[in-house]
Design a protein around this ligand. Structure first.
Ligand code: NAP
Length: 287
């Protein structure tokens, strides 16, 4: 069992850190809003620290799940950042969805300090984090990945090394690109069914068993039809992710016309007050 630090106890981080504690690791947590760290320790045991640096001191692995590029820089760098507390040979594992550019920047800073770095964004949502069934897509050296994978296993259904540092984030972008167009198509299909006078449930029962079936259709059609969007992964986060995808596509000369359009549809949802609604709320703007 390892000595670990976990930074960021949000919707995803809190249950992930809980699985690490339940697996028997020695876990110290940090959260910007201190009350959440206190609540986590009251529920799971372990210890909490005042700063990322204090949490990271003496840890073999520092794991992290915060918000965006700037948030990640804030918990890693500076006098109170995790890197200042980590000992050479320790490995930083980042589960935040961020750009490949900030990932490479921080991995370089880590390497200069003798630290390992693995980018390890996740897919599977709040339910996947709570059930310990996340898909984890990693980038980093083979040695860093091999060391970190048994720790990540506490909350992973699948954990794979996709290539060097940044490759995990690029894989996560593939995931978001694949979801964006699909959720819009599903929204149009369900809204069309309803306006045509059909029962959405009956339509889905038939078409989900053929070529149109998808995880989104199976798991989201009921709540989409009911106008309930409480599944955790927020539209605000999705727009952050799609901006990352569109910038990365520009760099490699890839074309993402549908992704760019759906990003604008999510902007409409934000304007409707749905920034914290889950991503299936695309159907709300179809009236
Ligand atoms: P969340 O509930 O909003 O939690 C974000 C966490 O990051 C909180 O603990 C927050 O601290 C902390 N944080 C944010 N900015 C910080 C800063 N500048 N310094 C220190 N701590 C900071 O978000 P989430 O849903 O867990 O998502 C976290 C990441 O996972 C995001 O990158 C998201 O895109 C990705 N993700 C989410 C899902 C999902 O279904 N939710 C699925 C896959 C990937 P406070 O408590 O103080 O605010």
């Amino acid at each position: 069992m390892a000595k670990l630090a976990f930074l960021g106890l949000g919707v995803m981080g809190a249950p992930m850190a809980g699985h690490l504690k339940a697996a028997g690791h020695d876990v110290t947590v940090f959260n910007r809003t201190r009350s959440k760290a206190g609540d986590w320790v009251a529920r799971h045991g372990g210890a909490w620290a005042e700063t990322p640096r204090q949490a990271a001191e003496g840890a073999e692995f520092v794991l992290c799940c915060v918000g965006n590029d700037d948030d990640l820089r804030q918990v890693c760098l500076g006098p109170d950042g995790a890197f200042a507390g980590m000992q050479p040979g320790a490995i930083f594992v980042d589960h935040t969805t961020v750009s490949a550019a900030v990932t490479r920047e921080l991995a370089r800073a880590a390497r200069d300090l003798g630290l390992g770095y693995v980018d390890a964004p996740v897919s599977g949502g709040q339910a996947g984090a709570e059930n310990g069934q996340l898909s984890v897509m990693c980038g980093g050296s083979g040695a860093d990945f091999d060391a970190a994978a048994p720790v990540i296993d506490a909350y992973a259904r699948i954990c794979r090394r996709m290539g060097d540092v940044g490759a995990g984030q690029i894989t996560k972008m593939c995931n978001q690109i694949a979801i964006a167009g699909l959720v819009q198509a599903l929204s149009e299909s369900l809204a069309f069914a309803k306006k045509s006078g059909l029962e959405v449930e009956k339509v889905v029962e038939v078409i989900s068993q053929g070529a149109a079936g998808s995880w989104q259709m199976a798991n989201r059609h009921k709540t989409m039809d009911a106008g309930q969007f409480d599944h955790g992964f927020a539209v605000d986060w999705m727009r952050k992710d799609l901006a990352i995808c569109l910038a990365a596509a520009d760099e490699v000369g890839a074309s993402l016309p549908v992704t760019a359009l759906v990003d604008q549809f999510y902007k409409d949802v934000q304007r409707m007050g749905g920034g914290r609604w889950d991503t299936s709320s695309l159907i709300a703007r179809l009236g």
